[in-house]
Design a protein around this ligand. Structure first.
Ligand SMILES: NC(=O)c1ccc[n+]([C@@H]2O[C@H](COP(=O)([O-])OP(=O)(O)OC[C@H]3O[C@@H](n4cnc5c(N)ncnc54)[C@H](O)[C@@H]3O)[C@@H](O)[C@H]2O)c1
Ligand SMILES: [Zn+2]
Ligand SMILES: [Zn+2]
Length: 384
């Protein structure tokens, strides 16, 4: 089969790989019909995630058609169209039982903090991902959800990560009716967080980025106000000024470890990684949000330390919540919002690229070329 493979930083290539096989009775093999490139894949592509092995296949946002199921998979059968959440989860451990599918304890022998994720280095279990024609889906009786007939593949593929993560970012912000919400990052995750903030009762939503084309899109897609942080020397001061001096009620970090906007953070977090990513945005959120406010972090950071103003979290009495999204837990609500016409996730797709041109797909998305927001890869077998 055709599969994207990693060759080293900034180098991905299409190669031939054997079609995966059932290795365990709870596995399924899925034929991929759509696979996205996520902002998280850029951290891999830029060589920032430890133990990203040459030859591995990325891709944790994919949908497809069940090709084969193991003997213990009762809920799926060949021919089913499925949403495959990016989390691999056993469904039985302490954490899965609580709906914390992103924190499953049985799927990642490499770490106890992060659960299993498709195509996301050996730090999340070393599973091959879905930027390929076929993928092995472990615990197929837990993760995959059949796609309702009225949801097309483009909307379905955004239900595997970007939309659920944006939704959960808003949910973890514990937004109350009338709140002002600042969302950092107008990438797919931030756009969905801004859009979903209204579902939770926000009265005012402001999105921050430096890419004007993304901000322009955000105004239409999420009906929010926008700020280009390159035009403001002091983001924290601006947050206060825009909110009667107090700061917003909720601040959301949908940027993560590769943030721009602070040289010291950038040098120590990205250039010579003394900390686990540039924590610029988390710092802005903590310092800018009002006292007693909520900070929600879905941007990805590494496992070690970051320069975060802990004293301000304590002294301001903030609530800080963070996680990998637990996709499966919120899927029923997410699908309902699409069916009710409140959101059309596929509106953010700007590029549909044949899987064969995956290297070009990465280059366009990584360099923010051609007004790129979201790239979907389409395998040859799904293109007709
Ligand atoms: N927690 C999860 O489950 C989960 C799931 C998906 C993605 N993520 C993470 O969410 C983050 C965003 O993902 P994406 O797909 O939207 O990525 P993306 O790379 O498309 O978007 C990131 C955006 O942040 C902007 N940015 C950079 N510095 C900024 C700053 N200081 N302030 C405001 N904006 C800034 C960039 O210009 C870009 O538009 C990534 O870190 C990704 O790894 C987390
Ligand atoms: Zn992702
Ligand atoms: Zn589990």
């Amino acid at each position: 089969m055709l599969a994207m493979t990693y060759r080293g930083p900034y180098r991905v290539r299409l190669t031939d790989k054997p079609i995966p096989e059932i290795e365990h009775p709870r596995d399924a093999i899925v034929r991929v019909t759509r696979a996205c490139i996520c902002g998280s894949d850029l951290h891999l592509y830029h060589g920032l995630v430890p133990d990203t092995r040459i030859g591995s296949t990325f891709g944790h946002e994919f949908v497809g058609i069940v090709e084969e199921v193991g003997a213990e998979v009762q809920n799926l059968r060949p021919g089913d169209r499925v949403i495959v959440p990016f989390n691999i989860a056993c469904g039985e451990c302490y954490f899965c039982q609580k709906g914390l599918f992103g924190n499953c304890h049985n799927v990642n022998p490499e770490a106890t903090a992060s659960g299993g994720i498709y195509g996301y280095s050996h730090t999340t279990g070393g599973y091959d991902g879905g930027q390929a024609e076929y993928v092995r889906v472990p615990f197929a009786d837990v993760g995959p959800v059949k796609i309702p007939d009225d949801i097309d593949d483009d909307n379905a593929v955004l239900c595997t990560d970007a939309y659920p993560t944006g939704y959960q970012a808003a949910e973890m912000g514990n937004i109350k009716r009338g709140d002002t919400v600042f969302v950092f990052g107008a990438g797919p995750v931030g756009l969905f967080a801004a859009k979903c903030a209204w579902f939770f009762g926000a009265a005012r939503v402001v999105i921050v980025d430096r890419q004007d084309y993304r901000l322009e899109f955000a105004r239409k897609f999420a009906q929010c106000e926008t700020v280009n942080f390159d035009e403001h020397p002091d983001m924290v001061l601006l947050m206060k000024k825009m909110t009667d001096g107090l700061g917003p009620d909720v601040a959301i970090d949908a940027v993560g470890c590769e943030a721009f906007g602070n040289h010291l953070q950038r040098i120590t977090g990205v250039k010579i990684p003394l900390q686990a990513g540039a924590a610029t945005v988390t710092q802005w959120c903590v310092n800018g949000v009002r006292k007693g406010g909520n900070v929600s972090v879905v941007g990805v950071y590494g496992p070690t330390v970051n320069m975060i103003p802990l004293g301000n979290i304590v002294n301001k009495g903030l609530t800080l919540r963070a996680n990998q999204a637990s996709v499966k837990r919120n899927l029923p609500r997410l699908i309902e919002h699409i069916q009710a016409g409140r959101i059309n996730p596929k509106d953010i797709i700007t590029h549909r690229i044949p899987l064969e041109e995956v290297a070009e797909g990465y280059r366009i998305f990584a360099q923010r070329l051609d007004n790129c927001i979201k790239t979907v890869l389409i395998p040859p077998s799904a293109s007709h």
